[in-house]
Ligand binder design. Structure first.
Ligand code: PEP
Ligand code: MN
Length: 320
């Protein structure tokens, strides 16, 4: 972040304050006015510590208008059919990786509801690495998910993979999920910015925190301010887990943005046993919610069975 100071700002005093608070900074001279460069993490601290009359402009490294806490201090609270997220409200999303057939999906929905979760998840269009892996029930899956949600009185979320299906998503789901593989599908993001529905934006597994914020800005700049961010693990050389859950990203994002942030301990670990411990850790660092793959018979799930927890384990989460 660059802090442009006024010509007559008391530089010595500013240096003293930054040093006192252990804030690492660099000084630059731009057009005769000093510029203090500090990490974006200190956005809020700087606003408190420095004398506002010394500052002419604060510019984050990425000049984003909507997404940054710098421009809107209060947490964004999003209401999904009466279930709130953000500003101290925690949202628990749970359900199978892929939507199951109708009767089974209705039973899962009821069990998810009884476990205390707020939103039912289920993928209808599955983005699979191998083109011969199970691809989901597509349009029919969205209908089943919607019916199951209504049956159990739960709002529903599903992942959109292509703009061609947007009308069906608007009709059948309450939150539209943009998956890790589409985080930088800018045409898709722009279009989701024109609709009035909450969007769950997952961080791509090779993307930085700044890139995630830029992608959220693509949605918000077109009008839709209902964006929930999701940390779902990134690619690292570590291979024991499916991905590496970057929990520090949650703490950083809480500083940089007013948007709610949820964590996906299922896709980040890829292992059933790790889901509850990492869910606890996520809430401890300040996550506003969780998205969990859960089902009645996890071993028979049509995709991601190995990371899907059962309903008994899911019930533990509401007690956290
Ligand atoms: C999912 O949530 O079903 C999914 C595919 O997740 P991700 O985009 O994080 O891989
Ligand atoms: Mn999955």
């Amino acid at each position: 972040m660059k802090i442009y100071l006024n010509k007559d700002a008391n530089l010595e005093n500013i240096k003293e304050i930054l040093n006192k608070h252990n804030i690492y900074f660099e000084l630059q001279l731009g057009d005769n006015t000093p510029i203090v460069v500090v990490d974006d993490l200190y956005l809020r601290d700087i606003k408190c510590y420095l004398n506002q009359s010394d500052i002419s402009k604060v510019s984050p490294i990425y000049d984003l208008k909507y997404v940054l806490r710098l421009n809107k201090n209060d947490d964004t609270i999003i209401d999904i059919k009466g279930h709130k997220i953000g500003g101290g409200n925690t949202l628990l999303i749970a359900g199978p990786c892929a939507v199951e057939e109708k009767e089974s999906m209705k039973s899962i929905a009821l069990a998810v509801k009884k476990s205390g979760a707020d939103v039912l998840r289920g993928g209808a269009f599955k983005p699979r690495t191998n083109p011969y892996s199970y691809q989901g029930l597509n349009e029919e899956g969205l209908k089943i998910l919607s019916e199951a949600g209504e049956y159990a009185n739960l709002p529903v979320i599903s992942e959109i993979t292509d703009l061609r299906y947007l009308d069906s998503f608007i009709k059948y789901v309450d939150i539209i999920q943009v998956g890790a593989r589409n985080m930088q599908n800018f045409a898709l993001l722009e279009e989701l910015g024109n609709i009035d529905k909450p969007i769950l934006l997952k961080r791509g597994f090779n993307n930085t925190i700044e890139e995630l914020l830029c992608s959220a800005e693509y949605i918000m700049k077109n009008g839709n301010q209902q964006v929930i961010l999701c940390e779902r693990g990134i690619r690292t050389p570590l291979s024991y887990t499916r991905n590496t859950l970057d929990l520090s990203a949650v703490a950083v994002l809480k500083e940089l943005t007013h948007l709610p942030i949820i964590v996906d301990p299922s896709h980040s670990t890829g292992k059933r046993k790790l889901v509850i411990p990492m869910a606890k850790a996520a809430l401890t660092v300040g996550a506003d919610g969780l998205i969990i793959e859960a089902s009645i018979n996890p071993n028979f799930a049509s995709s991601d069975a190995e990371q899907t927890i059962d309903i008994e384990d899911l019930k533990q989460l509401r007690k956290l």
